[in-house]
Design a protein around this ligand. Structure first.
Ligand SMILES: C[S@@+](CC[C@H](N)C(=O)[O-])C[C@H]1O[C@@H](n2cnc3c(N)ncnc32)[C@H](O)[C@@H]1O
Length: 456
């Protein structure tokens, strides 16, 4: 079987599919049945089962649904076309046009960046003066939506600086404006180098320009965008997420950032594209897979697009903590939408993380202490009313709900969770596994990973 490649993503179940989740799913439903991967994230779980089961996938984040679509919505016709896919003929012209225009706007900074990265990666020991210069070069990047400073000496961004405010306002007014420059303007020297950001914008624009009337236009857009999201996820100079950029105050961190900014985005894009293509072609999908992009509480509620589907098993892997994925992965979401969103400010200044304003980011009931119990209840109710079994992944010790119950004095939060589910289902079996956690700051801490198997 093809090894699953995954985005850098908190709580991705890649490792757990084979050793833990596979057995539970097979105990609940037989091959050929329909599974809804209700909070699909990287799509790892839906992908694991896609050879044997019909898979519906859903996530509140658009980027997750793009990834799921690329991996799951693969008809026989599209699989045949995929075998002959020619990214160069689909993308090269528009990508080159966008890149040429941006390269002339950022010409001085591209040259300077190439020199500095080359020196930083080839000299040993690195002199303090070189680090100071690279730090200064990064810090001078124009900040979007701020009045440009005009009095800078040796400004490596001299061409773009005075033009940027009007360029961005224009692109907010009309999505037709080119060259596309959201990534370089919003996140250049924040999460990516200038060359990397230009490559991302240019591939993204080429995907936008795939003509709607061309054959397999939607399928192509999904697979190319999924590959780009993958490339972006594994190339960021931040940490494994986008909650905030890496601080470059320490020299060691600055050198680490320089290394990551030397990663070739186009190469990563091609690698990801090949990997998706290989995986999909090696394990043909059953027909009828579908992807939704919705709050699972609405999807399982009344009058939902799911009403036309017969679902045998809902697999629910919600966020375990109060951290909303829309904040941690805002770059991937914004890249999927590509709509030059208004950015959040703290006081007069943009946040370091350059988040879109809060109103445009999805907030999950599973991340809210006051809503999380009701969220589980709604899912349970929705499954029962659809005659579907439910399989939940959650944490016995670090889950928002289990922690809350422990704080409230319940000595056995896992039994409490089982009792809650037994209000809806006839049988609820709990399986658990100790897992070494690899989330932020918690490395090497064993956590209690649960599976709750609920049957009507
Ligand atoms: C733990 S991750 C899922 C990881 C996934 N199983 C994987 O292997 O990659 C939780 C996911 O739930 C999504 N999510 C959070 N609240 C949601 C909601 N109310 N409806 C749908 N998706 C939600 C997040 O966007 C995130 O992708």
């Amino acid at each position: 079987m093809t090894p699953l490649r995954t985005l850098w993503y908190m709580g991705a179940k890649t490792r757990l599919c084979e050793e833990f989740i596979d057995g539970a799913v097979r105990d609940l439903v037989s091959p050929g049945a329909t599974i809804l991967d209700a909070c699909s994230g990287t799509g790892a779980v839906g992908r694991w089962f896609a050879g044997d089961y019909r898979v519906l996938a859903n996530d509140a984040q658009e980027f997750s649904s793009v990834i799921a679509r690329a991996h799951l919505e693969v008809s026989e016709d599209w699989a045949r076309a995929l075998d002959r896919l020619e990214p160069e003929s689909d993308l090269a012209e528009a990508r080159g046009r966008n890149a040429d225009a941006l390269e002339s706007l950022y010409a001085e900074s591209l040259t300077r960046e190439a020199e500095l990265l080359d020196q930083l990666l080839t000299t040993d020991p690195i002199e303090g003066a070189l680090l100071t210069e690279y730090r200064r070069f990064c810090s001078l990047v124009p900040v979007p939506f701020q009045s440009p400073q005009n009095d800078l000496q040796d400004d490596p961004y001299a061409t773009i600086r005075p033009l940027l405010p009007e360029f961005l306002s224009e692109r907010r007014r009309t999505s037709e404006s080119t060259p596309a420059m959201m990534c370089v303007a919003y996140w250049g020297q924040v999460y990516f180098g200038i060359k990397q950001a230009i490559a991302i914008d240019s591939i993204r624009q080429a995907i936008i320009e795939i003509p709607a009337e061309s054959e397999f236009s939607q399928e192509k857009k999904s697979i190319y965008l999924a590959a780009l999201l993958h490339a972006v996820s594994v190339s960021t100079s931040g940490t494994s997420h986008f909650a905030q950029p890496r601080s470059v105050e320490k020299d060691k961190e600055l050198v680490a950032v320089a290394k990551r900014r030397s990663i070739d985005i186009e190469e990563q894009f091609e690698l990801a594209l090949d990997a998706i293509r290989r995986e999909v072609l090696e394990r043909p999908r059953l027909s009828g897979n579908r992807v939704f992009c919705s709050d699972v509480l609405e999807l399982l509620g009344e009058d939902s697009p799911l009403d036309t589907e017969k679902v045998d098993l809902v697999y629910l892997d919600p966020p375990y903590t109060s951290d909303n994925y829309s904040r941690f992965y805002h770059v991937l979401e914004t890249l999927a939408r590509y709509d030059y969103p208004e950015l959040q400010c703290r006081g007069e200044e943009l946040t370091k993380g350059r988040y879109p304003i809060r109103e445009t980011r999805f907030t999950s009931d599973f991340c809210s202490g006051s809503q999380v119990e009701e969220a589980f209840r709604k899912v349970a109710k929705g499954c029962v009313s659809r005659g579907a079994s439910l399989l939940i992944s959650y944490s016995g010790d670090t889950g928002l709900l289990t922690k809350k119950w422990t704080r409230e004095g319940h000595s056995q939060p896992v039994s409490q969770m089982r009792d809650l589910l037994l209000e809806y289902f006839n049988t609820v079996e709990v399986r658990e596994q100790k897992l070494m956690h690899s989330g932020q700051g918690d490395t090497n801490k064993a956590v209690q990973e649960l599976l709750l198997l609920c049957e009507v």
